[in-house]
Design a protein around this ligand. Structure first.
Ligand SMILES: [Mn+2]
Length: 440
């Protein structure tokens, strides 16, 4: 494990906080599925980002201006049963070495050790609202005990998230590059497996098999394999419908490698060839996506790219007769097109600063994923929006023509000095490339 990378991140974080501060940052606990069976554990991303430690129930304490307590790891003390069932006794000296900590203690020592680290009215950074058990501990230690109020407690997460918004070369080589590459390979396997009669979960299995074979530790989120009408359900994860000839199938999935996520979507025809109607919608979404990508470079905002895509989709939906008033296009496009990507699939960092969109900078990684969805309820939603009856009558015919077509195309982009690099450019997405891939 590359302790340098985590040490560099801690130093960058320390430069952003009060020099006398004490930071108390809990990791995730196990969640129980039933009796003695936990859900698979996944460390909290901010905690992992600064420590690299991925076992449950740990707390990191940072005291930047104290040599001894600069990076203290409090870890769970395993019971005898846990030692027998889950691993071995914890060697705090070995952990100290392995994670580059200045000290390692057990969490059951916190009540005793922590007051030594917070001796006077130092500013404390602690993220309230995420870990009820530790919230109560912090309240007891620092709020009910403090007298006079000279003890500000602030949230460290916005500062950590600012750092996480920029990805470095080290992030790419530590797993981000690989996560996106493996996601692409999985998708290719998924596309190749598509044929009438297969079940959505079987396509999911093909994709996730490649993820695991190639070394991904887990999925970045639940795979969406949405055929026919399911494509219009944005976070459809039941994946239990049988693919029908003539359907489209939308596959949105991501591998997670060393705590970095991929997130890619392709939409393909179950029979291997797009119908003319599917092709019209597909070409529109593809054009919108390519227009968006062409706009992505330093200084440009998410809002500006969104507007460029909106214009293409408004124009296109009008030409198809699915809308007559431009403002109605959201009925068919539904969601936003861009989100940060990193250790979390919808990564942290926020999109605005003081209400203004943050301009893109080199190292920002994001997805670009326009979509068009002709859902059964589209007419009803247009009516609710106040579309005049005679327009509705014309639009109803077009909805019938394009019914249950849902297309999303998603790539992962990094902003570079001169523009951007499409990190998933290898995965086929033109009509011709997809049809020829499905013939082989
Ligand atoms: Mn996405």
């Amino acid at each position: 494990m590359d302790t340098d990378l985590f040490a560099q991140r801690r130093e960058a974080f320390f430069r952003k906080i009060d020099r006398d501060a004490v930071v108390i940052l809990p990791g995730n606990s196990l969640a129980w599925r039933n009796l003695d069976t936990p859900y698979p554990f996944r460390q909290q991303s901010d905690f992992y980002y600064l420590t690299g430690y991925d076992a449950p129930d740990a707390v990191a304490v940072f005291v930047p201006n104290n040599k001894r307590y600069r990076f203290v790891l409090f870890v769970h003390r395993p019971t005898e049963r846990e030692i027998l069932y889950d691993g071995r006794a914890v060697d705090t000296k070995a952990l100290q070495q392995q994670y580059g900590a200045t000290a390692v203690y057990f969490t059951d020592q916190m009540g005793k050790v922590l007051p030594r680290m917070v001796k006077w009215d130092r500013p404390i950074y602690y993220p309230f609202g995420h870990h009820p058990k530790w919230d109560e501990f912090i309240v007891n230690q620092f709020i009910t005990k403090r007298s006079g109020g000279q003890w500000p407690i602030m949230d460290p997460l916005p500062i950590i998230h600012e750092l996480r918004r920029i990805k470095t070369a080290a992030d790419f080589s530590a797993g981000l590059q690989e996560a996106i590459a493996i996601t692409g390979e999985g998708l290719l396997a998924g596309i190749r497996a598509v044929q009438p009669g297969k079940w959505e979960y079987q396509i999911q299995a093909e994709i996730e098999y490649v993820f695991r074979q190639r070394g991904a530790q887990r999925e970045a989120f639940q795979s969406i394999i949405a055929s026919g009408p399911n494509a219009g359900i944005l976070h459809y994860v039941r994946n239990n419908r049988q693919l029908q000839a003539g359907d489209l199938v939308l596959m949105d999935c991501g591998a997670e490698v060393n705590y970095y996520c991929g997130d890619l979507t392709r939409t393909v025809p179950v029979s291997g060839r797009f119908t003319p109607e599917q092709r019209q919608i597909y070409e529109l979404v593809l054009h919108a996506q390519q227009t968006g990508i062409a706009h992505m470079k330093p200084g440009v905002t998410r809002k500006a790219v969104t507007e460029a895509i909106d214009n293409v989709l408004q124009e296109g939906l009008k030409e198809l007769g699915l809308i007559e008033r431009e403002a109605d296009f959201k009925i068919f496009t539904i969601h936003g097109y861009i989100h940060w990507l990193g250790m979390d699939v919808h990564d942290v960092g926020g999109y605005t600063r003081r209400g203004v969109d943050i301009p893109f900078q080199p190292g920002m990684v994001m997805t670009i994923e326009p979509g068009v969805y002709v859902r059964e309820d589209a007419l009803q939603r247009l009516r609710k929006k106040g579309v005049p009856a005679e327009q509705l009558e014309r639009i109803a015919k077009k909805i019938k023509k394009y019914l249950n077509i849902g297309v999303r195309i998603e790539d992962n982009i990094v902003i570079t000095e001169n523009g951007n690099r499409n990190l998933s450019a290898e995965i086929p997405k033109t009509v011709e490339d997809i049809e020829s891939l499905m013939r082989t």
